[in-house]
Design a protein around this ligand. Structure first.
Ligand code: SF4
Length: 501
């Protein structure tokens, strides 16, 4: 396979980047760090920022690659991918796994770990990122090694091992000595005690490494408040896979803002936290941001935790929209999901937002939930219609299928499948037809099927994804490969715990 030569320069993008941390220049070990999406998406991912910084601070000459707009040249120096003996993928979502494989294949690198074999001529391929907390097996067909959980904690070990100059197989054996690095060629047999790294988050790493107006959220400084979640929604990976809430103290968060150039630089702050309302010093932080004229953006807010101050901070950031995830329009089903607030609380929060200037609200719902009835589906339409009538806000109902994920309390529940989901979506369209001011936005069922199949991929399915990247679309075959029991016993063999049912 030959490497591709991609034309184009990132110079316009580089010119707009504003670093918030001073990093050592140069480095002794060329390393390509790839995010399998457009630049705008990768640059809005805090984990990607962290790992780049960690590698640069270890003296690694790391350069960033994205799936678009320029695929095979680095952002830093327009260097071609072929110059890098070490390639790391930052994988946040299940759908990124085949994209990573495809990018390697089209870049002239065989994405199949087994096909690359022990050859010292191919680059070493590694990965880390959010999916490794959920099911690292999905990357085992592609990667020579996979960092489990918090990647920054393992960066020093990774770099020290790479610097020993060992032949490839010895280097991989040395990596496998770290319990948070999964080396498929070594861990494929026997029993092991791997450990998904989930450390303290009150160290130096708490903010984005750059700000840029070309990131998905605009010129925003990303600030981490919390990882994991103290609540227990049964469908959610955050409490069970990312662990109980690990919190970053407010003085550290304020320090991060001050060191990133409060007077210029960024336009607003983006709080990276599952539930901003759960952060005990949120008021103090919002007051600090307000004093410095910075707006705030939150990913999504819990209806039972929204305050007027939070809403004002969102408006100050120029956003006139509130995002809440009621998940369903039925109070009983919502309680079974683990969310203990009612439709009336949702309406109250929306009324408050509307009174202080919001114009729109986006409400996230799921279909295909365990035990869901037609009446439950119709309740989504009813809640949206009342929200519109009682608040005057323009409502977007964003509906996506429930995908049972490994290592969550609902891991053992069934995925509804194409037919049921299509039916649910058409019931929603029918019941919302003619309701003015409510827009229905449904996620792709095909993509949800893919997400389900990949999230449960064991070693054979991951091999298949790698091989299919060279010659076609793997999804139809992958659908038939889900074997929860097999993945559960692989987890037990690797010491990663079973699946709570
Ligand atoms: S859905 Fe939100 S509140 Fe519930 S566990 Fe997940 S992150 Fe926490």
């Amino acid at each position: 396979m030959g490497f591709v030569t991609d034309w184009g320069s990132w110079s316009d993008y580089r010119a707009l980047e504003n670093p918030t941390v001073i990093l050592p220049k140069g480095g002794d070990m060329p390393c390509a760090l790839f995010y399998p999406a457009d630049y705008s998406i990768g640059m809005a991912n805090l984990g990607f920022h962290y790992i780049y910084r960690a590698l640069r601070e270890q003296g690694v000459a790391v350069e960033r690659f994205f799936a678009s707009p320029i695929r095979y040249r680095s952002v830093e120096k327009d260097t071609l991918l072929e110059r890098f003996p070490l390639i790391l993928g930052s994988v946040s979502y299940e759908a990124d796994v085949p994209l990573f494989a495809k990018w390697l294949a089209e870049g002239g690198i065989n994405p199949s770990r087994k096909a690359r074999g022990p050859s010292n001529r191919s680059p070493v391929i590694g990965a880390g990122g959010a999916v490794t907390y959920i099911n690292p097996l999905m990357l085992s067909g592609i990667c020579d090694f996979i960092v489990l959980g918090d990647g920054v904690a393992q960066a020093r070990y990774l770099v020290e091992t790479a610097r020993r100059g060992l032949p490839r197989e010895k280097a991989l054996a040395a990596l496998a000595e770290n319990r948070s690095i999964f080396v498929p060629s070594i861990h494929e047999a026997g029993r092991h005690l791997l450990d998904i790294s989930k450390g303290d988050i009150s160290g130096d790493y708490g903010r984005g490494t750059w700000t840029t107006p070309r990131a998905a959220f605009g010129n925003t400084l990303l600030l981490e408040l919390q990882r994991g979640c103290a609540r227990g929604c049964r469908f959610c990976t955050l409490p069970s896979c990312f662990g109980p809430a690990r919190v970053r103290g407010v003085s550290l968060v304020k320090r991060d803002m001050m060191e990133s150039g409060l007077e210029g630089g960024f336009a607003q702050i983006g709080l990276v936290t599952p539930e901003a309302g759960d952060y005990k010093d949120l008021d103090e932080l919002l007051e600090f941001a307000e004093r410095h004229g910075k707006g705030v953006s939150f990913a999504s807010l819990r209806a039972d935790g929204i305050t007027e101050r939070m809403m004002r901070a969102v408006l100050r950031a120029g956003r006139h929209s509130l995002t809440i995830a009621p998940e369903t329009g039925d109070d009983g089903l919502r309680e079974r999901c683990g969310k203990r607030f009612t439709n009336s609380r949702v309406i109250e929060a929306l009324k408050m937002a509307s009174q202080i200037g919001a114009k729109n609200a986006k409400l996230y719902f799921m279909t295909g939930l365990p035990g869901e009835t037609d009446e439950n589906i119709v309740s989504i339409s009813r809640l949206c219609a009342s929200a519109r009538n009682e608040t005057g806000l323009r409502i977007t109902a964003a509906v996506s299928p429930f995908v049972p994920k490994p290592r969550t309390p609902w891991a053992g529940e069934e995925f509804a499948g194409e037919e049921k989901l299509k039916r649910a979506h058409s019931l929603l369209s029918k019941t919302l037809r003619g309701v003015a001011g409510v827009k229905l936005q449904v996620a792709s069922i095909k993509e949800a099927c893919m997400e389900y199949a990949i999230s449960w991929a064991g070693a054979p399915a991951s091999d298949f994804i790698a091989e299919a990247a060279l010659n076609g679309n793997p999804y139809r075959a992958l659908k038939g490969m889900v074997d929860k029991r097999e993945v559960g016993s692989e987890f037990a063999r690797l010491g990663l715990g079973g699946f709570p049912q």
